[in-house]
Design a protein around this ligand. Sequence first.
Ligand SMILES: Cc1cc2nc3c(=O)[nH]c(=O)nc-3n(C[C@H](O)[C@H](O)[C@H](O)COP(=O)(O)O)c2cc1C
Length: 208
Amino acid sequence: MKKEISFNAFEMNCISHLSPGLWRYPNDKALCYKDMEYWQNIARIAQKGLFDAVFIADVLGIYEQYRGNDISALKTALQVPVNDPLSLAVIGAGASEHVGFGITAGVPFEHPFAFARRLSTLDHLSKGRIGWNIVTGYLPSANRNMGSTELPHDERYELADEYMEVIYKLLEGSWEDDAVILDKLTGDFANPAKIHHIAHHGKYFDVP
Ligand SMILES: Cc1cc2nc3c(=O)[nH]c(=O)nc-3n(C[C@H](O)[C@H](O)[C@H](O)COP(=O)(O)O)c2cc1C
């Protein structure tokens, strides 16, 4: 069997992912991260270069390990300020035809029902060119920002397992493939018999 290798461009919706200070280089464009054209351009370059996808990292907190505070991270723009990664997938998909977009989203930070809808919206708009970097979050400051405390490592993954169960049930178990009938004569858009409550009752989530 022929082996395939996939290429992803690694990006983050901020000035510096792991290269603080590079924004000072005259040809560096990272300061344009708030411009739509910047991300359209990245999608076009990735596509032209035959990359499979653009991967967009994310965090919801600030690094505070160095000297026990966030001063250095703020001073050097180390992954802060950082904007939402999901909208970049829409912008990139609109500017390209066949490059994929992998967005990062942490499972403890958004209810799975709301996130499943956002993911499926991206899936539709990008015509299936969306991927999800499923992370459990490693910054205690992110948990504090969300009003929660960091779970012990293994429990984070236990929660992630259940989160994924809910997401799969919603995306693959609620609307059957032939639930939408589009009968213009009767006016029936869908067949309710083919649309199911997922009735999830777990340790962390209850989703009818
Ligand atoms: C290629 C790669 C990209 C990652 N990107 C992110 C990211 O964008 N956001 C994040 O919170 N964690 C990211 N992580 C970290 C993982 O979510 C995870 O916390 C890390 O691999 C440590 O594993 P642990 O959670 O079992 O300690 C990334 C890890 C890898 C290997």
